[in-house]
Design a protein around this ligand. Sequence first.
Ligand code: MRU
Length: 343
Amino acid sequence: MKTMDWCDKGLILLDQTRLPLEVSYITCSTAEEVAVAIKTMQVRGAPAIGAAAAYGLALAALHSDKSERKAFIDEIEAAAWMLGATRPTAVNLFWALNRMTKVVLSAGDAGVPELKKLLLDEAHLILREDIEMNQRMGKLGSQLVPHGARILTHCNAGALATGGYGTALGVIRAAHEAGKEVQVFADETRPLLQGARLTAWELQQDSIPVTLITDNMAGYLMQKGLIDLAVVGADRITANGDVANKIGTYTVAVLCGEHGIPFYAAAPFSTIDMNLEKGDDIIIEEREAFEVTTVFGQQIAPQGIKVINPAFDVTPNRLVTAIITDRGIVRPPYIESLRKLFT
Ligand code: MRU
């Protein structure tokens, strides 16, 4: 299963809105189409959004009819702005777009054809590096997973959410590959059910034992002693170690704190935002009400009901046992341990 791939027509994406009922692919041949795919969550998950946006920018470049350097760069910057306006919380989107824009700005006096090639090469590199980072992170993080561990996860931080292999699910995958006989409990993750639709499907595909629970069952399982650790992904980690991730992650972390269960966040360095001091500074995406009032297009609440739909929450650093990154496992105090990671 590949989340994304490149072909002569453009960027091929596994349409995640249709899983698990249908495994189908879409091809985005313009930057605008990539932006729509990100906004509508046909591609989702912080690292996957970043890589897709990089390809979006490469598409803008390849289709540009500007032959003059300055006009070409203006067009690339406008496309980067358009792609960046899709989803505000996952920092990987902005990280990837900045990295792409830097390629153009630091290419000396390269001509437009060369810039086009450089941009596509960089998008390929971002995708490739993401998979490698996840594999490294998986190996490192798997040391924290005891043999026979019963692991709770929230949302989907797997191959589907990344270039491949996954962050939180990468850790689980690596432990499974090492023969540790892990069992996963997947929160269904309302409102969009990434746990039920994507994590359950992805783990089942790989024959990793998985049990689906609704979001309100995690506390019960912990009370009964059925969870040994929780591992989740992240959309943005600030310099003090606060972790933004899918709505409901904070609840899981509080429950872990109450029951003395380790709570880990797994994320590549592209998810760590050293420019933001603390979680309060993160913009939390608000999505449309229909995601809460409907399930697969079926109305489940009274018409006209008032709804709020924040897509993410922030888990304060004090509840995070360790952050698993591709550069190492970091522990509190995060202000120091994260700073060290970046020096
Ligand atoms: O709204 P989504 O589905 O893009 O949210 C995804 C998550 O919150 C993931 O846990 C996070 O991006 C980490 S993915 C490796």
